[in-house]
Ligand binder design. Structure first.
Ligand SMILES: N[C@@H](CCC(=O)N[C@@H](CS)C(=O)NCC(=O)O)C(=O)O
Length: 211
């Protein structure tokens, strides 16, 4: 039994979706950011950054969206959401996972929280730089998908789950992911996955899932 601390339409949604994909027992605690439920002493004891997601695994908190996704894929290998250790696709799986988490995802933090690097000033400049880098990342994903249906190997993995959630975050940006043709085809397929549709329903999300 897992316990997920998330919040609607956040990085927590990725793990909520993955738990539904896996069909494992879990409890979801959706925190209300407006009430500051992610900054309470009790929650900070689980996740000192005061962000979601946090997943309780065997009684201990695990943080970081990409790390949790990889851990869950390893704990439930029967789902096939990560290439096995030592398999040829494993290196690509690790590279893409870490590229998404380390090189791509931080630009979203800059876009949505521009005051963090900029203080009270230069927030527009921070967002402009973030937009440029996000669009460069989307172009890279689009190029990867020109002749393939999934980012790694020939079936859905947690790399696709992470990429989809990040693409979802672009839906209200000036050039959303669906404006890239290969990404659009890819996202249209992934948006049919029952577990992704289910997490939208459970978190009360009504936009984007139907294009
Ligand atoms: N690197 C972290 C980033 C998590 C993150 O930034 N989560 C956002 C929601 S998408 C959050 O909790 N924001 C609330 C805040 O920063 O106060 C991860 O991947 O888990």
């Amino acid at each position: 039994m897992y316990t997920l601390y998330g919040s609607p339409s956040t990085a927590g949604t990725a793990i909520h979706w993955l738990l539904l994909e896996l069909g494992v027992p879990f409890e979801a605690k959706l925190l209300d950011f407006d009430k500051g439920e992610h900054k309470t002493p009790n929650y900070l004891a689980l996740n000192p950054d005061g962000v979601v997601p946090t997943l309780i695994v065997d009684g201990a908190p695990v943080t970081q969206m990409a790390g949790i996704a990889t851990l869950l894929a390893e704990r439930h290998p029967e789902a096939g959401f990560a290439p096995p250790l030592g398999s040829p696709a494993r290196a690509e799986y690790l590279s893409w996972t870490l590229w998404l988490a380390n090189s791509f995802q931080p630009h979203f933090r800059a876009w949505f929280y521009p005051h963090e690097p900029a203080g009270g000033e230069a927030q527009r400049a921070v967002q402009a730089a973030a937009r440029e880098r996000i669009e460069a990342g989307l172009a890279r994903l689009d190029a990867r998908l020109v002749d393939r249906d999934y980012l790694v190997g020939d079936h859905f993995t947690t790399v696709d789950l992470l990429a989809t959630i990040l693409c979802r975050w672009t839906r209200n940006m000036p050039k959303p992911a669906t404006e890239w043709p290969n990404l659009k085809r890819y996202l249209d397929t992934i948006r049919q996955r029952p577990a992704l549709r289910e997490v939208h329903a459970r978190e009360g999300l009504t936009d984007w899932i139907d294009g």
